[in-house]
Design a protein around this ligand. Structure first.
Ligand code: APR
Length: 242
């Protein structure tokens, strides 16, 4: 398959499923998950902060990390990659499905509606007692930890941490969409974290086409139909002839 074939397959596809990872937000200035942590957080590995053990050992430290990332994402803007996917949803309608591993909320802010956030969303918090989910206050008004408006319980970051289960309904919807897809796009993910990384094979196993957009090769690359060695925004522009 070459770029022209990939463009034709995507243009003709009635059902398109997309999986994005941290790479699609890199052009919005959000560090990818495996980028080196900077500043005060340089001495921590994300895995040491994004886990239930870390949180219950030191909730203040974990909330400080998320509050900082929350401020960063709210100061960031969706980039052309996010916007092109929101436009694709407009064109493909019910045939379009977007699953993201990102927790930055940028797809929703770009206008994507047919979207599942497999790993949660750091602009919201979840009550540890009644499990109610609430939007965080504006960054300038936010002092962690938030307390639940319903039961007064302490709220935790609404993130799926290492060792926790993904939201079942979201994962099921994603697996169904990738199984039904004529074309799947895998954009800006290292493809090392399952079950998200396994979605591509739902499409491949049923004879669908899977196209990757990533500046570097990934573990998935050898198994996929075609790989666009570009950034998310540039790769989508090339595939859409935008
Ligand atoms: N455009 C597209 N892809 C990019 C760009 C860009 N501008 N810049 C970097 N990338 C690619 C990198 O080459 C890498 O393959 O984005 C990918 C980012 O990989 P990770 O940092 O591993 O992030 P991700 O794949 O989203 O991680 C998946 O792992 O740590 C858990 O829950 C966390 O959701 C995260 C999951």
């Amino acid at each position: 398959m070459n770029l022209a074939d990939a463009r034709t397959a995507l243009a003709r596809a009635r059902r398109v499923a997309v999986l994005t990872g941290a790479g699609i937000s890199a052009e919005s200035g959000i560090p990818t998950f495996r980028d080196a942590q900077t500043g005060h957080w340089a001495r921590f590995k994300p895995e040491d902060l994004a886990s239930p053990d870390a949180y219950f050992r030191d909730p203040e430290l974990v909330w400080d990390w998320y509050a900082g990332r929350y401020r960063d994402v709210m100061a960031a803007m969706p980039n052309a990659g996010h916007n092109l996917l929101a436009q694709m949803e407009q064109e493909k309608g019910d045939g379009f499905f977007l699953a993201t591993q990102n927790v930055d909320g940028l797809h929703a802010r770009a206008g994507s509606k047919r979207l599942v956030e497999l790993h949660g969303n750091l602009t919201t918090a979840r009550c540890e007692v009644c499990h109610r989910v609430e939007d965080l206050p504006a960054p300038q008004d936010f002092t962690p930890p938030p307390t639940c408006a319903t039961c007064g319980g302490r709220m935790r970051p609404n993130i799926v941490w290492f060792g926790e289960f993904l939201p079942e309904a979201a994962l099921e919807a994603a697996a169904d969409a990738f199984a039904a897809a004529d074309v799947a796009l895998i954009i800006g993910t290292s493809g090392v974290v399952y079950p998200a990384a396994g979605l591509a094979f739902e499409t491949l196993d049923r004879g669908g086409t899977v196209i990757e957009i990533n500046p570097t090769e990934t573990d998935l690359t050898p198994r996929l139909s075609f790989s666009v060695r570009e950034t998310a925004a540039r790769g989508l522009e090339l595939l859409l002839g935008a």
